[in-house]
Design a protein around this ligand. Sequence first.
Ligand code: NAD
Length: 280
Amino acid sequence: MKLIDGKKQANDIKEKLKKEISTLKEQGVIPGLAIILVGHDPASEIYVKNKIKTCDELGICTLLYRFTKESSEKEIIAQIKDLNEDDGIDGILIQSPLPAIFNEDKIISYVDPKKDVDGFGINNLGALLSNNELIIAATPLGILKMLENESVSLEGKNVVVVGASRIVGRPMATLLLNRGATVTICHNKTKNLKGITSNADILIVAIGQAKFITSDFVKEGAVVIDVGINRIDNHLYGDVDFDSVSKKASLITPVPGGVGPMTIVMLLSNVVDVAKRRAK
Ligand code: NAD
């Protein structure tokens, strides 16, 4: 078994991004990311703080717009429209989840697709589905990068994605399909999950249930990517039972230190890509 070191891979990408950002600055372009944070969800506060910290480290300019759950949808949409018109802003991120009273899909739909660096808008998701990829959501993009870095071939491979969310499972499965893999998507209504996952050459799990995938779900020699982040008693656990599955897998991501660190750098890589287009 070999561990896929997401932290190291993310650091390598950060170094590459730093160089690209300094070249952009020589051309008079400073990449800019606007973050819209509504309410005070503790996890969102931490995610936003980490995103801003990493942007500072790399030289990406960030602007944080805070709204409360008493703010109106109209106010938030007006802010998005201003940012769409702002030439200094390359990416607009709506920190999810919004408080339940807001219609998240509607709010995201106002982000200019060219600045939708999360890739969650209908335009970017539709482009992905039609195999005309534009901006790809950071978590699936990070996983794809990890597989590429580990020279895992995808063409003709039997890939099983467990979890069908809009931000991970669905875009992940589509990215792999676009690269010639044979993809099965499983979810909480899937029957005989074990029978399906145990045929996977590559198994990607994003369900949000600690240690759910044990070794009897996994084929000998499979590549296993664990997206799950489950906090229990101040410890982080993946969706995969690492101790048992790592004995069977040929390659596996740890939690923490696997997919997580890649997600944030791929988001910032999306911002830099938009800034490069601006520089042209
Ligand atoms: P979600 O709740 O939106 O979707 C979960 C999906 O898993 C659903 O499609 C559901 O049907 C399926 N599912 C749930 N239980 C199942 C079961 N027992 N068997 C089969 N399918 C099942 O979740 P999400 O936003 O995609 O996140 C999933 C996990 O990934 C969470 O732990 C989340 O914290 C983590 N996550 C990590 C990163 C990262 O950067 N590492 C990014 C996003 C999400």
